[in-house]
Design a protein around this ligand. Structure first.
Ligand code: COA
Length: 164
């Protein structure tokens, strides 16, 4: 069984992330969407809130893709987590050239750390190219509508966080 990890901060999960999950689920037997606990960002949502948002958001995927997708969190090195989960691949989304340098560095470092784990880059639909979680947070904070970018539950939780 080919298992892939899709790691990230998902603060919050967007339709751009869901697009990547869908593409990954069309290739691999199992996808583990893994929220990193130890990234240096100062998150808006707790890990538990993000896990719940991801579980609810993946319900919007095709049933067969939803059933292939598991949601988890991890602490420590991503490649060690991947080995513990018997994964053969790490999935990363590439939205634009600006993502490339950082992703290239991470992929090469992960390969140095664990040669057997392959990084696979997937391109989300171009309509999500401009999307990231901070821009979504900012739009809500400034009173804008994010219903085209995140699931209804995430939109509602964002509004509640910002008192909108
Ligand atoms: N659609 C929309 N937005 C996307 C996206 C997509 N398809 N892909 C990435 N993004 C956005 C995210 O929302 C995030 O936005 P933000 O910065 O505004 O919040 C940004 O792009 C990058 O986030 P993400 O993909 O979640 O990556 P990250 O940089 O936050 O997390 C980890 C990177 C968790 C994978 C990395 O830090 C890691 O592996 N940590 C574990 C420790 C480790 O092993 N370190 C050594 C690594 S070599």
């Amino acid at each position: 069984m080919k298992i892939a990890i899709y790691p990230g901060s998902f603060d919050p999960i967007t339709y751009g992330h869901l697009d990547v999950i869908e593409r990954a689920a069309s290739i691999f037997d199992r996808i583990i969407v893994a929220v990193a606990r130890n990234i240096s960002k100062n998150p808006l949502f707790t890990v538990e809130e993000r896990l719940y948002q991801i579980k609810e958001s993946i319900k919007e995927l095709k049933k067969e893709y939803e059933e292939k997708t598991e949601v988890d969190d991890f602490f420590g090195l991503l490649v060690d987590y991947a080995v513990r989960k018997n994964a053969c691949a790490i999935i990363r989304g590439l939205r634009a050239v600006s993502d490339f340098e950082y992703e290239f560095q991470m992929a090469l470092m992960n390969r140095r750390l664990r040669e057997e784990i392959v990084t696979v880059f997937l391109m989300p639909n171009e309509k999500h190219t401009y999307l990231d979680s901070s821009i979504v947070r900012e739009i809500v904070q400034l009173g804008g509508d994010v219903s085209n970018f995140v699931s209804p539950l995430v939109a509602e939780q964002l509004c509640r966080k910002f008192g909108k």
